[in-house]
Design a protein around this ligand. Structure first.
Ligand code: GLA
Length: 382
């Protein structure tokens, strides 16, 4: 991909000047829809992402070419209108949010390409945001802290793309480390790298190929449910600012004051925080049976209580269970995308064969299988 980006850059801008940066998508072992509730998550960056070549161009304009869309977008770096194409909002948003954070940007030429499957729940948008945030910060010596770059990506989603997402995706994309998951406390942004080498197991993603579109989706409504429950609980417990501060006993106190739906959503989130804690302990002990049990329970919660699953994802989950996969669940925001599966080495071929056979027979769609490697976060390549 790097060569392709460099060749296109030379073709368009007629020079070899500039530097190349890369930033990845992510997986998440457990801790779903906990980030915007101030809880923990356990993501890792993957070996798929965005590669970007960029150079200052001595003007006040940004010229950005997206290879995959075969489209060029140009706008003045300072005080410009939001450009039209959807993909460019992620870049334009980073441009604006970095300036809000105090960065002094000048004009630049950029070409990028990506290999994170779009709409699969692997955070292609965070990869794009982080690639630009990291590169602009480095190239113009803006001196923004990496945690500020993470916030720049998140605020890009909020203010320019319409998703009130949490911090997980951008954090994993910027802070990813080869062979490690990141145990991130989303309320403080404190984090810890957890080596993840599940001996005897493979981690495989099955893409249901159902479109996953968080913008204008019920994602933001899930967040609102959580906020309503917090507002009720806080009447009795003012120290509760986010759902991660609450426990089941507090939730029971307000059961009659919140809707049945909001109650279910909160039940899932509070349960998910404790499943994550159990998982981290089990990882330390190489106890993948317990990890897998937690992962299955998370799927159940996401499907029955948080209601972000689809028939296709539920089918893949049931199928995994029926062939003896250790753990399987919807990954990411939901409403389509992938399942993440922890599969014993010796079961891998059987599982994949069954997935291809049964999924296509049932939905007339060929699923995709991704073997991912936990990799480094945003970085300069040369
Ligand atoms: C999306 C969001 C994240 C997170 C997950 C669900 O990926 O971008 O912030 O909320 O959904 O865990």
């Amino acid at each position: 991909m790097k060569q392709r980006v460099e060749a296109k850059f030379k073709e368009i801008f007629g020079t070899d000047e500039g530097a190349v940066y890369a930033s990845p998508g992510r997986v998440n072992l457990i801790g779903e829809h906990t980030d915007y509730n101030g809880g923990f998550v356990l993501p890792g960056a993957i070996d798929k992402g965005v590669v970007l070549k960029i150079r200052p161009n001595g003007t006040d304009k940004a010229n950005i070419y997206a290879i995959d869309m075969d489209q060029m977008v140009t706008y003045p770096v300072i005080e410009s209108e939001k450009p039209a194409p959807g993909w460019s909002h992620y870049v334009y948003g980073v441009n604006c949010e970095m300036q809000k954070a105090g960065a002094e940007l000048k004009g630049y030429d950029a070409v990028f390409a990506g290999d994170v499957p779009l709409g699969a729940g692997l955070s292609s948008s965070a990869a794009l945001e982080s690639a630009f945030a990291f590169a602009l910060n480095d190239m113009f010596n803006c001196g923004l802290d990496k945690k500020v770059l993470v916030k720049v990506g998140q605020m890009t989603e909020h203010n320019y793309c319409g998703t009130k997402c949490g911090i997980m995706d951008q954090f994993a994309s910027v802070f990813g480390k080869e062979g490690c998951l990141i145990k991130l406390d989303c309320s403080t942004m404190d984090y810890e790298y957890i080596p993840f080498h599940p001996k005897g197991y493979r981690v495989v993603l099955i893409d249901s190929k159902v479109k996953h579109e968080l913008v204008d989706s019920p994602y933001n409504r899930r967040r609102e449910s959580c906020e309503r429950v917090v507002a009720e609980i806080a009447k009795n417990h003012p120290q509760v600012k986010l759902l991660a501060d609450a426990d089941f006993a507090m939730l029971e106190e307000v059961k009659g004051d919140v809707s049945q739906e909001d109650y279910m959503r909160a039940t899932y989130v509070i349960g998910e925080n404790s499943r994550l804690a159990t998982t981290c302990k089990a990882l330390q002990e190489d106890d993948y049976d317990t990890v897998g049990k937690m992962v299955f329970e998370t799927h159940n919660g996401l499907s029955k209580l948080y209601e972000v699953s689809t028939p296709e994802l539920d089918f893949l989950n049931e199928l995994a269970k029926s062939v003896g996969v250790t753990g399987s669940r919807i990954m990411g925001g939901g409403f389509g995308g992938c399942t993440i599966n922890i599969v014993k080495d010796e079961l891998y071929d059987t599982f994949i064969n069954e997935v291809y056979k049964q999924y296509e027979a049932k939905f007339a769609v060929k699923p995709a299988v991704y073997d991912v490697k936990i990799s480094d976060g945003a970085r300069k390549l040369n």
